[in-house]
Design a protein around this ligand. Structure first.
Ligand SMILES: NC(=O)c1ccc[n+]([C@@H]2O[C@H](COP(=O)([O-])OP(=O)(O)OC[C@H]3O[C@@H](n4cnc5c(N)ncnc54)[C@H](OP(=O)(O)O)[C@@H]3O)[C@@H](O)[C@H]2O)c1
Length: 429
């Protein structure tokens, strides 16, 4: 039996879905007993050249041709953005259609509303492609690891910033040049803010943490710091310290209290996350029974993302075949407290611009002494006449103590700038 699909959007991901479905259609029919078929494809511009061949009449600019078509059982949303994607998705759900989406923005901001609507309508809403491209993350967290209490998530979940930081590390380029190259190659958008300011990673972390920690994480619960302030000097100092700089997303659940953070960090070169380069993504998950797991793969791209979308479509087909649709929608779970700052001690890197004067270092050391923070490594270089650059790595320090010390350093007349403060990852156990 054929199952008609309506595809919202035929850009990078949508075209990948068309291609992969055509390639695997017979196999999917063999595996599920149902043959998926793309009936209509919604786009903005009918005359735009497409990466895939579509039959005449398959493209439309009218959403009702999909949403009001009773034949269409599954709507695949690869348009992106909040509106009109949210309205179309809710209309599809209300019309009893199952929905598969790659839209992390929509799921991070309106996931609850959409899942509630799906539960009320008894349909499936699946979003494996919204986080981590080809890497299976959503279903492992919601199904395979459900017997675990998950305590930690840590990873690289934004390919654009990873590409930029990898370029800076490999070539010594500064941030602006590495960003310009990423834009010219299509790895970064013309307006890169969502990626470089950490928002994209924060949205994905909010989705992952909600699932892993069985609660509802709001975007504003995630403390976010981007990578715009990282300089070629920071990358070079990190190298001297045996590390690379990565944008890490981390979430912890300590007895029901969460801490959620996206920001740049120094990662030791022999740490597995240090080797995740370019547009690849990786996520560590720690469960009380499973122990440590690492998920790794292509975090974006046409076919990698289509692989995750089609995995969801096949799951929807299986449910249709078995008559168990709607079971994929999760219960709404209780809120948990979110800590303002994580309280576990970690090592910190900081780069200070300091007046090259007698007594400057003693003044800095006294601030560390008063805050009860000991220094593990100190590098001092003369930046230019009358100015020195001091890089300090602390021993493990509670973040609130470090914040207090940074305040003290900023107030010192000798310290002209506290340029970057970043955690230093521990070696993996
Ligand atoms: N690109 C990736 O590697 C990747 C990875 C994971 C997740 N995602 C997610 O997948 C989604 C799609 O991303 P993408 O990179 O494929 O985007 P894209 O290349 O910009 O494609 C968007 C498609 O949607 C259509 N569209 C957009 N707004 C529309 C509207 N108002 N009415 C009708 N059609 C509309 C566009 O039509 P036209 O072609 O006519 O302009 C285009 O075909 C996003 O949610 C993104 O976050 C992308």
């Amino acid at each position: 039996m054929n199952v008609a699909i309506g595809l919202l959007g035929c850009g990078t991901v949508g075209a990948g879905v068309v291609e992969l479905l055509a390639r695997r259609q017979d196999k999917i029919a063999e595996l599920t007993g149902l043959r998926p078929e793309i009936k209509k494809v919604l786009v903005r511009d009918l005359d735009k050249p497409r990466a895939v061949a579509l039959a005449p009449g398959q493209l439309t600019q009218n959403p009702d041709e999909l949403l009001a078509d009773e034949d269409i059982r599954i709507v695949v949303e690869t348009m992106g953005g909040i509106e009109p994607a949210r309205t179309y998705m809710l209309a599809a759900i209300q019309a009893g259609k199952h929905v598969v989406t790659a839209n992390k923005d929509l799921i991070a901001l309106h996931g609850l509303e959409i899942l509630e609507a799906a539960r009320a309508a008894g349909v499936d809403v699946m979003y494996e492609a919204a986080v981590g491209g080809a890497i299976p993350l959503i279903r492992p967290l919601t199904e395979h690891l459900t017997a675990n209490e998950i305590t930690d998530l840590k990873g690289i979940i934004n390919g654009t910033t990873n590409y930029i930081l990898t370029k800076m590390t490999e070539t010594g380029a500064d941030f602006a040049d590495a960003l310009a190259e990423a834009q010219s190659l299509g790895y970064a958008e013309a307006d890169p803010s969502s990626d470089v300011d950490g928002l994209d990673a924060a949205r994905k972390l909010a989705i992952l943490a909600s699932l892993a920690f069985c609660t509802r994480v709001r975007l504003e619960d995630v403390h976010v710091q981007g990578i715009r302030s990282i300089t070629a000097a920071d990358v070079a100092y990190a190298d001297e310290l045996g590390c690379v700089i990565k944008l890490l997303a981390s979430g912890r659940d300590r007895h029901g209290v969460l801490s959620l953070h996206v920001g740049p960090a120094l990662v030791p070169k022999h740490h597995p996350l240090a080797h995740v380069s370019g547009s690849f993504n990786a996520l560590f998950v720690r469960g009380d029974a499973a122990g440590d797991l690492m998920f790794y793969g292509r975090g974006a791209g046409s076919l990698p993302t289509a692989s995750a979308v089609m995995g969801d479509v096949i799951e929807v087909l299986r449910s249709l075949r078995l008559g168990v649709s709607g079971r994929a929608t999760r219960m709404i779970l209780p809120d948990k407290r979110v800590a303002a700052l994580p309280d576990e001690p970690v090592r910190f890197y900081m780069r200070l611009t300091v007046a090259d004067q007698p007594g400057a270092f003693a003044a800095i050391a006294s601030i560390f002494g008063v805050s009860n923070i000991s220094m593990e490594t100190v590098l001092q270089k003369r930046a230019k006449r009358g100015q020195a650059e001091v890089v300090i790595v602390t021993h493990a320090t509670p973040p609130h103590a470090l914040a207090h010390a940074v305040e003290g350093l900023r107030a010192l007349p000798h310290v002209q700038a506290v340029n970057n403060v970043m955690p230093v990852e521990e070696d993996p156990a």
